[in-house]
Design a protein around this ligand. Structure first.
Ligand code: ADP
Ligand code: MG
Length: 211
């Protein structure tokens, strides 16, 4: 099964993802976890260009293609082989981030980015995406001093990012879960585990009906 954690910077993705993976491993599952962009040699090089501070101009459309290229490599090198072995894959960000950061919040057409990303990933979509939703005013102070290239785009951009995630969640209600991240870490994690438990039970009973 394939799970993704997404949302604005500072929303608690990494925190929740780590706890989620710990839970899956305690349940005896083999779990592979990756950052998108990143987690492959090429992906890490692209990540450094995309998120690091430098003076090299990168057009929004180029930026979108670079994020998407890192994703293609991640899917081919790690995600698909891991899923084929029956392992769980849990990603920190995926397609939605590109649709939102370069589409809804950037100036590119979100639907066009869906099309590009469907091609780039051979249509591989997660079973569930958890969007950790947090008001920008709460998320931004959590980021600390050294902001990356995306985080330094300011509050107005981050408001468009948050709204973009919520828009995409409404469009994909079956696979995208919006989680109120403005609560205690343990409370948020409990809800994510419950949602996942129900999803896994539904999926395994659907499978057994066809056997
Ligand atoms: P992200 O990966 O989405 O950028 P992190 O998981 O790194 O977010 O969390 C950003 C900061 O906020 C960290 O310092 C983390 O400890 C803190 N944090 C995460 N979740 C919560 C929460 N529910 N309440 C308060 N602080 C949190
Ligand atoms: Mg993080």
């Amino acid at each position: 099964m394939f799970f993704v954690f997404d949302g604005v910077d500072g929303a608690g993705k990494s925190t929740q993802l780590d706890l989620f993976v710990e839970w899956l491993r305690d349940l005896g599952r083999a779990v592979v976890t990756c950052k998108d962009p990143g987690s492959t040699e090429l992906g890490e090089q692209l990540r450094a260009l995309l998120l690091g501070k430098h003076e090299t101009p990168i057009h929004m459309r180029t930026e979108m293609m670079m994020f998407t290229t890192a994703r293609t490599q991640l899917v081919q090198q790690i995600v698909k082989p891991s899923l084929a072995r029956g392992e769980f894959v849990v990603l920190d960000r995926y397609i939605l981030s590109t649709v939102v950061y370069q589409g809804h919040a950037g100036d590119l057409d979100p639907d066009e980015l869906w099309t590009v990303n469907r091609i780039a990933t051979e249509g591989l979509l997660p079973d569930k995406t958890f969007i950790l939703d947090l008001p920008v005013e709460v998320a931004m102070p959590r980021l600390g001093q050294s902001l990356d290239r995306m985080e330094s785009r300011g509050a107005e951009y981050m408001h468009r990012v948050r709204d973009g995630f919520l828009f995409e969640a409404r469009r994909n209600p079956d696979s995208v879960e919006v989680v109120d991240a403005n609560r205690e870490i343990g409370v948020i994690q409990k809800e994510i585990r419950e949602t996942t438990g129900k999803y896994m039970a539904r999926k395994s009973s659907a499978r057994s009906r066809f056997l």
